[in-house]
Structure formats: structure tokens, C-alpha cells
Design a protein around this ligand. Sequence first.
Ligand SMILES: Cc1ncc(COP(=O)(O)O)c(C=O)c1O
Length: 382
Amino acid sequence: MNNSLWLLNSNITFLNHGSYGATPIPVLNYQTYLREKLEQEPVDFMAQQLEPLLDEAREKLANFINIDSPNIAFIPNATFGVNTVLRSLYFKPGDEILITNHIYNACLNTVELVAKQTGAKVIIASIPFPLTSLEQIINPILDKVSSRTKITLIDHITSQTALIFPLEYLVKELSQRGVETLIDGAHAPGFLPLNLRKIGATYYTGNCHKWLCAPKGAAFLYVRPDKQSQIRPLIISHGANSTRSDRSRFLLEFDWMGTNDYTPYLCIPKAIEVMGNLFNNGWLGLWENNHLLARQGRDIICERLNICLPCPDEMIGSMASIPLPKLSVSGDKLYHDLREEFKIQIPIIPWGNEQYLVRISAQFYNNLEQYEYLIDVLSRYC
Ligand SMILES: Cc1ncc(COP(=O)(O)O)c(C=O)c1O
């Protein structure tokens, strides 16, 4: 395993970068340096140094995802981002919130709470998996748009099924129909070249602690400038009545949500640098490496376990979900045995009627032998 840059336990076959990421040692060291700086002079760090450091980190992240930096706010995670937008917007009874059946469970809970509190209706577009064409993603979503659709919450990369949705096209079509778009890009930063300007969503949230490999608790929320006055952080703090005129209310509110450890945000540039230095051609090299490994891993699993490829190659990036043949045990038992007996960390995900998916991740430290080992173990259960 090519893992000298990570603290990962070498006794574990770690095939689940997707859930929480894993942070390289140089980035963790930088975070320790920042935390020590904070503790040497806590008041000066929080009151004087933090804001310019946040601005600097924001600028670097904004360049990486191609957007103007004043339009992104740091937040701890994508769940926070989805909650922030949905709980800021005003919904009337009968307004429709359009989602898909591939939505992440935590975000579904948010949508359902907001709907219950406001009388809005949740409309679910049903997208099949396995699938063979982009139309099978696009048509179910567009078919569910009505004159009452206020917002569509769609994933950029789905969690259970690990599909890359055709976001640019969907956002364009939805905005032509007058529908706002909230994109859950929890996996996207560092997973694929992310270009927010090109996507053109109304709201976009993405995690930096997953595929960008920043420390845990580093994410962002993009809000289109004309919507920023409506979007308030979940935590109201000093920014709400600040008399400062040198910064937007949006940044004044989001940049300070009470005393906290803000160092994960400040480490984002370091993570971009460290991960971007793994290959001579930078991030492009890492994306090519991870995508190829995920595809090869998926293909050998499918071939050896006699499973049809569940989606076209272009729909996967650094993860791939594979529907498992009928199991001899429950999904929970399989997950338990993989973890406890075989020391493989990988999600086994319920999908549909008695169907389970296994989702592989491919990060720099993974290799094909690890998927071979997974196949040997899975074949005892399928
Ligand atoms: C699609 C999707 N949305 C949201 C999340 C939540 O991310 P976080 O726990 O960092 O908020 C995840 C986590 O895996 C996810 O896959």
C-alpha cells in the first residue's frame, strides 16, 4: 500500500475513502502548527489573525473550484450546507421540493423536516440503478418539474450508487424552467475537476475533508450573489448586527459562528498542495490514477463475481458501487465479517428490495491487490 503519507492502519484494507476521507500527515502537521499558534495567543489568533487567514484559504479554494471567493463560505460539512439553504428559504404550503431516490439519508431527513414545518411537498424522481444511459437520470428529474417546483436538491456524486450526475445539463434545464438548484456536492471537490462557474447552480455545497483530504470539518457553501441576503447560517452570531461595511453580511455571518476550531478551513490550501504534488501533472494525474483504479477494481469484481457492469464508465469517478449477487447472509452480517474477520473497511449498502451494493473507493494509497482480496472474501458470501 502506497500509504506512507497517511496514518492509516496497515492491518486494515481500507477501501472506504468516500465516507470520511483520510488526511495526509503533512496536512495534519500543518493543522498542529496552526493549533499551536492559536494556543500561543488565543485572543490575537481569533480576533486579529483568523479573518485574513480565512480570506487567504478561501481565495485558494475558490481558484481550485473556479468561482469568485466572496461567494463561498466555510462551513463544517455538506449536511450543514444543505440544512443552511433549506432552512433559510421561505416555503409556502404546496411549494414543491424536488429530490431523487439517490439522495443521502441525512439530506432526506432535512427535506422532510422542512416540508413538515412549512407545508411544502416532497417530490421524488425515481432513477434506476443499475442503468445504461444519462437519459435515465435526466428524464425522471425533468419529468417531475411542475409550476410549483421551488427548488431541486440533487447530488453531484451520489452516495449509495456512486454515480456522477450530468450536473451542467440538469442545472441548465432546471434554471430554464425557473427552478432553483441546490447541489449536494459532498464528494465532488478533489474527486473530479470542479468548475462551479460552469455548473451555474443557485447553491452548491461540497466537502473538502473527503477527496480533497483536508482535516475533518472542512466544507464550503456557494450561494449565488443575488440569493446571499436570504441565506443565513444555522448559527446566528456577531455578524448579524455588525456595522462593518468592508465585507458582505454573508461573509460576516458565516466566518464567525462562535468559538470553534477553524483550523480545518485554513488547511484546505495545504491539502490542495499536498495532493496536487503526488503526480508530475498535479491533480490531473491523481484524478486519472483514481478513476482508472476504481474502474479496474469495479471491472474485476464484476467479472469474477459474474455481475453485469451497473453503469457506463463515464458515470463513475473515484468510487464505484456494485450490486451484489444474492447473499448467503444478511447485509449487516457481511459488513460485520468483512470488518471484524477479514479487516476490510468497505460499505455494504441496502438498495431496493433485498439488494445490497458494495461501494469501492480508489485513492492514491489503494491498489488492485486490495480489490482482489475483497473478491476472494466476497465470493464466500455470494
Ligand atoms: C451525497 C452526500 N451528501 C452528504 C454527505 C454528508 O457529508 P458530511 O457528513 O460531511 O456532512 C455525504 C457523506 O458521505 C454524501 O455522500
